[in-house]
Design a protein. Structure first.
Length: 130
């Protein structure tokens, strides 16, 4: 079993396993609607997305990726996020799980940071970025 990361706009595949959106929110422009023909995710966990303040600082006020990363990692160290990360890690040891976000690649996306945080709880957890 493994923890995958993937852009939510890519088509669902059987090997994705449990698809978890970790986006703070979804908009119609994401192509994600409750009545969509293809369900893009199984579970939505917006609590694991960056805070609205952090998103605003990154997207509108231009903080660096390094500052975003530091602040996001500080956010997810707090409860209840920390417990949810442990839960995700345990889930991914027993099932294939795919973390989904809107960014095309994971290099500058919180889904990669979240996956790496899961691996801190279970070091043998296999992470694959798609």
């Amino acid at each position: 079993m493994a923890l995958f990361t993937k852009c939510i706009l890519e088509s669902p595949e059987p090997q994705d396993g449990i698809r978890i959106s970790i986006m703070s929110r979804h908009t119609l422009s994401d192509g994600i609607t409750p009545d969509a023909r293809i369900q893009k995710f199984d579970i939505h966990m917006p609590i694991l997305g960056p805070s609205p303040k952090l998103i605003g600082d990154y997207c509108k006020r231009g903080i660096s990726w390094a500052e975003f990363e530091t602040r996001y990692l500080n956010e997810i160290k707090q409860e209840p996020k920390c417990s949810l990360i442990n839960y995700l890690a345990c889930l991914a040891i027993k099932n294939d799980v795919t973390l989904l976000c809107i960014e095309e690649t994971c290099e500058h996306c919180h889904r990669r940071l979240l996956a790496e945080a899961c691996q801190l709880f279970i070091p043998k957890l296999l992470i694959k970025h798609r």
